[in-house]
Write a protein that binds this ligand. Structure first.
Ligand code: ATP
Ligand code: MG
Length: 446
């Protein structure tokens, strides 16, 4: 049996007034593999623990197969949880660890046939007589999975089950988990902060930020049509280029988006998406260009829909099969708060810093309080004199372009670039996507 899991306006606060999950609504269909994705501290584990019954729900409803389940004890929910730290009993063999929940559920029944069948499925038959201390990390995680599977639960809840493993093993087990859950057809909710993992595993990906659901869609849609700048920046490598632009739409001339020293001229006749940008005339917007939206080529080689700009090579990152070129185009990058800096710990006063608190600092403090602030900060931290902490150092250049490794590019070279406007994203001052297909119709009364 597999089950439908629904959350309706579910909220949770550990301290009064600071919601770590804020009115979350999600409908997960039977057999679906849903990934909860978001940065550290955004409330992913809390959501999973509320579904498992390990954490109380403050407001809203949890429905299991349409039945109200807020008060159902964990044992009555028929779900198996896999934790990040494996959580095996150290003094029990793998066989005993896998069989343990079966012995609790059905005392007197011999768990051996189910344990053996599970071990065969996971390819761990030869590990059954070993203690956890005699297993590698990957083997321990397989045993932990075995313990969850052997019970034949109606749902799996997995909280970053692979984050303690090295990259190669993670990729390998990721494929195994995907195959296994498909075979079993059991509803699975999988928590991760790794966007690549989310994209490769999920039927759908739910992106959380500060306890607030930003978007839930298939991996393809969250990548191609992110509903806001946070989702756009969280998903995809290299990270989307986000530049601060200004829309100019003169009545008697071509519409452009100025990017500091250069501009993108929108080709005539304007597409429907570009026509909708007209209402942004004179306003600051955020231009999003994924690396595939820009190529290095002579301006004379422009195809329809491509417009020219120029970049100065700042840095070349060799990746083997490709290179990432960091250009300076004279534009200013937009800042997405929770991606640039680690989440501040609420309740640390930092009085000295408050005096020099910039808008950005205040904004971070607001997100630290568990509420979700604006998804983009239009003040550059360099202007405010308060550089973001060095969690994720700002890379040189404002535009990163992917290219083949045969191009000989050196620091300081002036290079012609073509921007494909079919791949142009534009977000408004609040970070909401307005191009392509506006997520929200522009507010003309603003
Ligand atoms: N028992 C608790 N008491 C008080 N605050 C808590 C408690 N558990 C979690 N929090 C806070 O709730 C917020 C969300 O925590 P949660 O563990 O759900 O985040 P997460 O998205 O799983 O993060 P990570 O990726 O780091 O595991 C955090 O700010 C955390 O400090
Ligand atoms: Mg967590």
């Amino acid at each position: 049996m597999t089950r439908a899991i629904s959350l309706h306006d579910v909220s949770k606060a550990y301290t009064r007034g600071a919601r770590v999950v804020d009115r979350l609504s999600l409908d997960i269909t039977p057999g679906e593999f849903l990934v909860l994705l978001g940065p550290s501290g955004c409330g992913k584990s809390t959501v999973l623990r509320m579904i498992a019954g390990l954490e109380e729900i403050d407001e809203g409803e949890l429905l299991l197969d349409g039945e109200y389940a807020n008060d159902l004890p964990p044992s009555g929910r028929d779900m198996a949880m896999v934790f990040q730290n494996f959580a095996l009993y150290p003094n029990m063999t793998s066989r005993a660890n896998i069989g343990f929940p079966l012995r609790i559920e059905a005392p007197g029944t011999d768990p051996t046939p189910r344990v053996d069948a599970t071990a065969r499925m996971l390819g761990i038959e030869d590990l059954l007589d070993r203690l956890p201390g005699q297993l590698s990390g990957g083997e321990r995680q397989r045993v932990a999975m075995g313990r969850a599977i052997a019970r034949h639960p109606s749902a799996f809840l997995m909280d970053e089950p692979l984050s303690n493993l090295d990259a190669k093993l993670r990729t390998h087990l990721r494929a195994e988990i995907s195959q296994l859950t498909k075979e079993l057809g059991v509803t699975t909710i999988y928590v991760t902060h790794d966007q690549a993992e989310a994209m490769s595993l999920g039927d759908r990906v739910a992106v959380l930020r500060g306890g607030v659901l930003q978007q839930v869609d298939s991996p393809r849609v969250v990548y191609a049509l992110p509903s806001n700048v946070f989702v756009a920046a969280f998903i995809g490598t290299p990270r989307i280029n986000l530049l601060r632009g200004l829309v100019r739409a003169p009545l008697d001339g071509a519409m452009t988006i100025s990017l500091g020293k250069q501009f993108l001229r929108l080709p005539e006749p304007l597409s429907l998406d570009h026509q909708l940008l007209r209402v942004q005339q004179g306003r600051e917007v955020i231009v999003g260009l994924r690396s595939e939206a820009v190529r290095i080529a002579k301006h004379s080689a422009a195809r329809p829909g491509e417009v020219p700009i120029t970049g100065l090579v700042e840095h070349v990152e060799f990746q083997g099969h490709e290179i990432l070129v960091h250009f300076n185009t004279g534009s200013r990058p937009a800042v997405v708060p929770e991606l640039e800096a680690p989440r501040p710990r609420p309740g640390r006063p930092a009085r000295r810093r408050r005096r020099e608190a910039s808008v950005l600092t205040r904004l971070r403090e607001r997100t630290g309080a568990g509420r979700s602030g604006p998804v983009v900060a239009l003040d550059d931290p360099r202007d405010a004199g308060a550089r973001p902490p060095a969690a994720e150092p700002r890379l040189p250049g404002d535009l990163i372009v992917r290219t083949t490794p045969d191009l000989a590019l050196r620091h300081g070279m002036q290079v012609p670039l073509l921007v494909d406007l079919a791949h142009l994203f534009v977000f408004d001052q609040h970070g909401d996507r307005i191009c392509p297909h506006p997520a929200h119709l522009p507010d003309l009364g603003e």
